[in-house]
Design a protein around this ligand. Structure first.
Ligand SMILES: *[C@@H]1O[C@H](CO)[C@@H](O)[C@H](O)[C@H]1NC(C)=O
Ligand SMILES: *[C@@H]1O[C@H](CO)[C@@H](O)[C@H](O)[C@H]1NC(C)=O
Length: 593
């Protein structure tokens, strides 16, 4: 099964513009349908990004297969390695990735985390929403434009596959003069200075049929290693480092460099007003670009990555090495001795409190939607659901009600878990069984514990989502990821007396003006945390059609917690006909394997 890319939506007026005005290189808001004019098929798109050169078409072949890692542990790999190969391109390049699935009896899809997929919503990589899953032995060819610069990463959409090793860096650069904070650093060597942080598990999660909720990681990895990643710098210069939390569990990471401060200049690919601290905190799926200046005594300094939440007690380290320094001694010393940290008080930046580089336009009216997140006791019966495609978390596995009945309680949004549909919702909405769908806000009319939760958004109508982590039955914070859009994070609020909250309570607080919003320059993010017994309020204006998942990537291995935000779109028949159709799911085959 091979997808022919017949045509692509790309942003117009980029390659042929001979005027060197900076504006001509900024993305236009209009997507037009035109054939790809990028001539080059040069495989090496990792190059300095210049003005006035044609964008390239960048080809990659990814084969996803089980293999043994360096430490003899089994892992799922991309071309035999984990993390997979990095993708480095320039703004407006076209990225073409052929993904071949060589994992016996499992389906996969690949998600390009943070890429907006303007005009190519069917390349977003969500199984049974934007595409048919890629079955064993088959290939799906992804193709999309690098329409915005920034630090991104790719990973299998399945939380389990990502945890088993299917992830890699994806960096989109632009000519340095276009970078708003270019004056703050001298070097942006994204191929050497990206720290892609993952977790290591004692066993392969996808190999287990039973509940994987109890399995915790036993190590944190920086670019695949616990201690040996090295960042080389020349004394006196400033460096842009790109930090990625590529873990799919609720594992916030605190990153600290001995004796150096960090200046955050971007989060989730979007520029922010520079903010300086001695440590930064990244939630799962978040990215931060920071500047470090090699202004200390020539030497070697540990970069500490400390896990929290599900990664509490775990730590990994990389080395910041000034050129000419012999680092052998660092390896023999006790690496955890922070005797000369030199920075006694640690202030830690998390990105939701940053301010965006540019003010956002003010809006006159918004449509506000309440999403109550809490644990509830599920009442599942064997006959409840026809589970053929179960969830992004459990790729092509049979539904085992016993697993669910053994759970004390499961996390839900507005009292429901998300149900993946029987046909890809974006491509074949009419084939989706209507009794499995429920509209956000009207969930009660569907009696099942799981339904395909859909929020229908109107083009250009500002939507405000109030995500309330009510916290009646649990004490956890959770991280959500929005596909296709950056959202303005206008409020992150915690109950001051640490009491559970509910809808009526939130309405009262809003009326009394107790919950303030940053409507001037909120950070624009695709990944954000919702604090326990607290709220995160996000806003966005639907401008790009598609079926976009807003999902908790860290809530549960068992039952998905997500909604679909559906923005009107008509996909050309030419494109629809060129996309593969779904195979048959026969869980019995899996059981016999
Ligand atoms: C670095 O230091 C180690 C031990 O201190 C020494 O054995 C080694 O020769 C040194 N390497 C260089 C290149 O100087
Ligand atoms: C949450 O924290 C409170 C206060 O520390 C504690 O009493 C309660 O048992 C915790 N709840 C759960 C589900 O752990």
């Amino acid at each position: 099964m091979r997808l022919l890319i017949l045509s692509l939506f790309i942003i117009a007026n980029v390659s042929n513009n001979s005027k060197a005005s900076l504006e001509s290189f900024l993305p236009s808001n209009d997507n037009i349908f035109l054939t790809d004019t990028t001539k080059s098929s040069d495989k090496s798109c990792n190059r300095p990004c210049k003005f006035n050169v044609k964008p390239r078409r960048c080809h990659y072949d990814f084969e996803i297969s089980p293999a043994f890692g360096e430490d003899e542990r089994p892992a799922l790999t991309v071309n035999g390695q984990t993390p997979g190969p990095s993708i480095h391109v320039c703004l407006h390049d076209i990225i073409v990735v052929k993904v071949k699935n060589k994992i016996p009896s499992q389906d996969i899809t690949m998600h390009w985390h943070g890429i907006e997929q303007k005009g190519t919503p069917y390349m977003d990589g969500v199984p049974m929403i934007t595409q048919c899953p890629i079955s064993y032995g088959s290939v799906y060819e992804y193709a999309f434009a690098a329409s915005a610069p920034g630090t991104f990463f790719y990973h299998s959409d399945s939380v389990l596959h990502q945890s088993d090793g299917v992830y890699g860096a994806l960096i989109v650069e632009q000519p340095q003069p276009l970078e708003p904070h270019a004056a703050l650093y001298d070097y942006d060597r994204s191929d050497e200075h990206t720290l892609l942080i993952g977790a290591r598990f004692p066993e392969l999660l996808t190999a287990k049929l039973e509940d994987t909720n109890q399995i915790r990681p036993d190590g944190i990895l920086i670019n695949g290693h616990e201690v040996s990643t090295k960042i080389f710098v020349i004394p006196g210069y400033g460096y842009r480092l790109r930090l990625v939390n590529a873990i799919a569990l609720e594992c916030p990471l605190v990153i600290h460099v001995y004796r150096h401060v960090m200046t955050v200049i971007a989060t989730d690919g979007k520029s922010v007003q520079p903010a300086t601290a001695t440590a930064v905190k990244l939630y799962p799926g978040e990215r931060m670009d920071v500047v470090i200046r090699a202004d200390q005594q020539t030497g070697g300094y540990w970069i500490d990555v400390t896990g929290e939440g599900d990664c509490e007690g775990l730590k990994a380290q990389a080395m910041l090495l000034y050129s000419g320094f012999n680092y052998t001694s660092m390896l023999t010393e006790e690496p955890n001795a922070d005797t000369d940290s030199g920075l006694e008080t640690r202030d830690t930046i998390s990105s939701q409190h940053l301010q965006s580089h540019r003010d956002v336009p003010s809006v006159s009216s918004v449509k506000s939607i309440y999403l109550g997140i809490d644990k509830t006791y599920p009442k599942f019966k064997d006959s409840d659901i026809d589970f053929r495609y179960i969830s992004d978390a459990v790729p092509k596995k049979p539904f085992i009600p016993a697993v669910l009945s053994s759970l004390d309680n499961v996390l839900q949004i507005n009292g429901k878990n998300f149900l993946y549909p029987n046909a890809p919702y974006l491509l074949k909405p009419r084939d989706v069984r209507p009794d499995t769908v429920c509209l956000v806000g009207e969930e009660k009319s569907n009696k099942q514990p799981q339904c395909l939760m859909v929020l229908n958004a109107k083009l250009n109508e500002v939507v405000e989502l109030v995500l309330a982590n009510e916290g009646l039955r649990h004490n956890d914070s959770y991280t959500f990821h929005m596909h296709g859009y950056g959202l303005q994070v206008v409020t992150t609020w915690r109950s001051p007396d640490n009491k559970p909250i509910n809808r009526a309570e939130v309405q009262r607080l809003e009326r009394d003006g107790k919950i303030t919003r940053n409507l001037k320059n909120p950070p624009v993010k695709d990944t954000f945390m919702v604090p326990n017994k607290g709220l995160t309020v996000v806003r966005f204006t639907p401008t790009v059609g598609g079926s976009w998942l807003l999902e908790c990537r860290s809530c549960s291995f068992s039952l998905p917690v997500a909604i679909i935000i559906s923005v009107p779109l008509s996909i050309p028949k030419l494109v629809l006909d060129s996309l593969p159709s779904c195979g048959n799911y026969r869980p019995a085959d899996v059981l016999l394997n």
